[in-house]
Write a protein that binds this ligand. Structure first.
Ligand SMILES: C[S@@+](CC[C@H](N)C(=O)[O-])C[C@H]1O[C@@H](n2cnc3c(N)ncnc32)[C@H](O)[C@@H]1O
Length: 341
């Protein structure tokens, strides 16, 4: 881990960490330690130099060719100020007792059956992010490491396949189903470009007894760097609103559509683009790149419709994108002209 830092930055972070840890006032000590952990990748060799400025956290250990060595003390000051401003304006915690716990959602045995009013969950995205591996950087400072046995991801090093992922997510959703009061809601935020992962989520929701009642797309507005540079990254999360039925009924039946994928996409695009012809064009204002069909937004809408119709999702984003482009050539050549004007 030390090789991810330049020698001087490692020494500077170690010094700050030591001061924070030893601070007499325990409350302040914890706040200082919290601030040091917030420096995260900014002060390592992972911090990429970007010609257009700014920086961001990345979910891998790629050491960029040109890195941006930052002054640890300046970054610490900046972060400390932000955290202090937040704490100054933070409304105090609620009067009611509350509990924050760090544990695997696959085993919530301390929570009684049917005792929770609402669950909001943002589960791991298949193989997109290796959370525990990425946490290693700060866990090494904290001296506490994730127990990865129940980590719900697809990961070669951990020997976890999509099947394992589906099993772990199912166990977690079963526990959520158990603790939720009947008739209440589970809100699940998710996105992935792989149909296999989507199918795993669908199967897990079914197996755990939840009923998918409504889906919304969430436009996060601020695109990630990865979305900008990678054609197969997806940009719109789906919000799945699921209920716990009052009485368990038979599981929802699989109804795989007969129509071929391309003709289904042609129909989907024809109706969607007719309704909002200008809503699915990505315009690049500041870079010399042609306007494009917003296939990410369309894919989210497509997933939403598939899930609402309880159809098994069997198209990865990259195939959807190719087919959407094909469909445009076939049915809506004028739309193409419009987007490349
Ligand atoms: C999509 S992220 C959620 C990020 C979070 N909403 C945030 O803003 O920081 C998924 C999270 O699920 C955690 N996770 C993985 N397996 C888990 C499990 N079995 N139980 C609980 N959490 C798990 C990962 O460590 C990761 O932090």
């Amino acid at each position: 881990m030390d090789t991810l830092y330049t020698t001087r930055n490692l020494q500077a972070v170690a010094r700050l960490w030591d001061i924070a840890r030893r601070w007499r006032d325990r409350d302040l000590s914890l706040k200082l330690m919290f601030t040091v952990t917030s420096l995260y990748q900014r002060v390592t060799r992972l911090s990429e130099f970007r010609f257009w400025g700014g920086s961001g956290n990345i979910a891998n250990y790629n050491v960029p060719m040109i890195f941006n060595e930052q002054n640890v003390f300046k970054v610490f000051h900046r972060k400390a100020r932000t955290i202090r401003d937040y704490l100054d304006t933070w409304s105090q915690p609620p009067d009611m007792p509350f509990c924050i716990s760090t544990q695997s959602a696959t085993d919530l045995r301390q929570i009684p059956d049917a005792s929770i009013d609402h669950i909001f969950t943002d589960p791991p995205f298949g193989s997109n992010i290796n959370y525990s591996e990425m946490n290693y950087l700060w866990e090494a400072w904290l001296g506490i490491f994730t127990d990865t046995r129940e980590e719900a991801i697809v990961n070669r090093m951990q020997g976890k396949t999509v099947e394992d992922y589906r099993g772990l997510i199912t166990n977690a959703l079963r526990e959520m189903h158990r603790v939720l009061k009947p008739g209440r809601w589970l809100t699940l935020v998710f996105h992935n470009s792989s149909s296999e992962i989507w199918a795993a989520i669908q199967a897990a929701l079914r197996a755990s007894g939840f009923e998918l009642a409504k889906i919304q797309t969430l436009d996060k507005r601020h695109g990630t760097f990865k979305q900008f540079v990678s054609e197969n990254a997806v940009g719109y999360d789906l919000i799945l609103h699921c209920t716990k039925r009052f009485h368990d009924t038979a599981p929802i039946h699989d109804s795989k559509k007969e129509s071929t994928a391309l003709s289904a996409i042609r129909l989907f695009l024809a109706s969607t683009l007719k309704q909002d012809p200008d809503g699915f064009v990505v315009r690049y204002l500041h870079v010399g790149r042609q306007d494009e069909l917003d296939t990410r937004k369309l894919y989210s809408l497509w997933l939403k419709k598939q899930m609402e119709a309880d159809t098994i999702i069997d198209l990865d984003y990259h195939i959807f994108r190719q087919m959407a482009q094909q469909a445009i050539e076939l049915d809506l050549p004028n739309y193409r002209a419009l987007t490349t004007e």
